[in-house]
Design a protein around this ligand. Structure first.
Ligand SMILES: *Cc1c(COP(=O)(O)O)cnc(C)c1O
Length: 379
């Protein structure tokens, strides 16, 4: 069994993907080009924003967003403590200061109450200016944007949506990538919509920002590549990845997003009566793209024990994430003691992500659930 079965997906889409890749190689336009422009148009339509600007990966997408917002020296940017490293890394990369905020124990996403407390603490201290929030759609579930938006409005903060894991998620009819003032996603192979290498995109409704993004990704170009009006990056999506993504986007829209939700439903049903497990809960009106199906155990020894047991049955599982952002050595120079980060600390000791992808078969889900049940009831 695979944690995320990309080969099964390829077998499903092989003919179309092979044709799409061959077309690009025959046409000879490899960087940006027609396929990329077509993909950007489709992605913007899917997400429901005016502009999609693709780039080399999800981390660059975040950095491009931060550069577009002009974040830099002495600016404070609030980041959830429970996320992948990039969400905070890019804050430091542009010279701003990340302040980590605790998450909600059930949604795993940034807590609006904890955010407000952290903003107040920075404001009272008075030394730095609170400027922006990076909200992460963790494991496929959109962050609580209606509440976050209120906090951002109250304190005049820009809202960056890191939807690297959230592509396809929704709140009501609004799609992930449309919640932030500017939003980003990643096409890393294992993300909800992945390519066969690295790729990423930035989404925004702001025309001026879209122009800046298109300049920034090509060395800060002006009228052309050899007219440089700002310091930028070299961060573009290549045409082969765009061609693969356009085939995969069809499958994603047609059945993959629905399939992962069916897998989640099956897990929920089969694990519901097992004591000592907390299952993922999707708030009313929210829809997840289930980048991960993550359960929570009572304590670390139970979590580690279950993972060991699954491994002995050849069932892969992952700990996302074993270390809170605030305890990463790389962030040691920024240690702001603004609030307590207990929820993240506890989650990092107790979460476990189970195999999840659109091609997971019923009998495989059953096999995972039986192994979980055996371990949990044998204790
Ligand atoms: C994967 C991920 C990123 C970075 O994406 P890359 O394409 O790997 O650079 C950023 N934020 C989150 C939450 C992620 O999961």
């Amino acid at each position: 069994m695979k944690f995320r079965d990309l080969q099964a997906q390829y077998q499903h889409l092989k003919q179309q993907i092979d044709d799409a890749v061959t077309n690009v190689m025959t046409s000879g336009g490899f960087i940006l080009g027609k396929e990329v422009l077509e993909l950007e148009k489709r992605l913007a339509e899917y997400v429901g924003v005016k502009h999609c600007v693709t780039c080399a990966n999800g981390t660059d997408a975040l950095q491009l967003a931060a550069m577009t917002l002009n974040l830099g020296k002495d600016d404070i940017v609030f980041v959830p403590d429970f996320t992948f490293f990039s969400s905070g890394e890019i804050v430091s990369l542009v010279g701003a200061i990340p302040v980590f905020v605790d998450v909600d124990r059930r949604s795993f996403n940034i807590s609006p109450e904890a955010l407000e407390k952290a903003v107040e603490a920075i404001a009272i201290e008075g030394k730095y200016k609170p400027k922006a929030v990076v909200a992460v759609d963790l494991f496929g579930l959109p962050a609580p944007y209606p509440e976050l938006r209120k906090v951002c409005n109250k304190y005049d903060l820009a809202l960056i949506e890191d939807s690297a894991q959230g592509f396809g998620g929704r709140i009501g009819n609004k799609v992930a990538g449309s919640f932030g003032d500017i939003a980003t996603t990643s096409f890393f192979p294992a993300k909800p919509l992945g390519c066969y290498g690295d790729g990423g995109a930035v989404f925004t409704d702001n025309d001026k920002w879209a122009d800046i993004l298109r300049s920034l990704r090509v060395h800060g170009k002006g009228d052309n590549k050899y007219d440089n009006v700002r310091i930028g990056m070299n961060s573009r999506l290549d045409a082969i990845q765009a061609a693969i993504l356009s085939v995969k986007l069809n499958a994603f829209e047609d059945y993959e997003l629905d399939a992962v939700n069916q897998v989640a439903k099956r897990y929920n049903e089969m694990l519901a009566d097992i004591e000592g497990l907390i299952l993922p809960e999707i708030p009313e009106g929210y829809y997840s793209s289930y980048a991960q199906y993550t359960i929570v155990l009572n304590n670390q020894s139970k979590r580690d024990g279950l993972q060991e047991h699954l491994k002995s049955k050849n069932i892969p599982s992952m700990v996302y994430y074993p270390k809170p952002m605030h305890s990463q050595q790389a962030f040691a120079p920024y240690n702001f003691d603004t609030e307590c980060l207990d929820v993240t600390k506890k989650l990092s000791e107790t979460v476990l992500s189970l195999p999840m992808h659109p091609y997971l078969k019923d009998e495989q889900v059953a096999e995972v659930c039986e192994a979980v049940r055996y371990y949990m009831t044998a204790q």
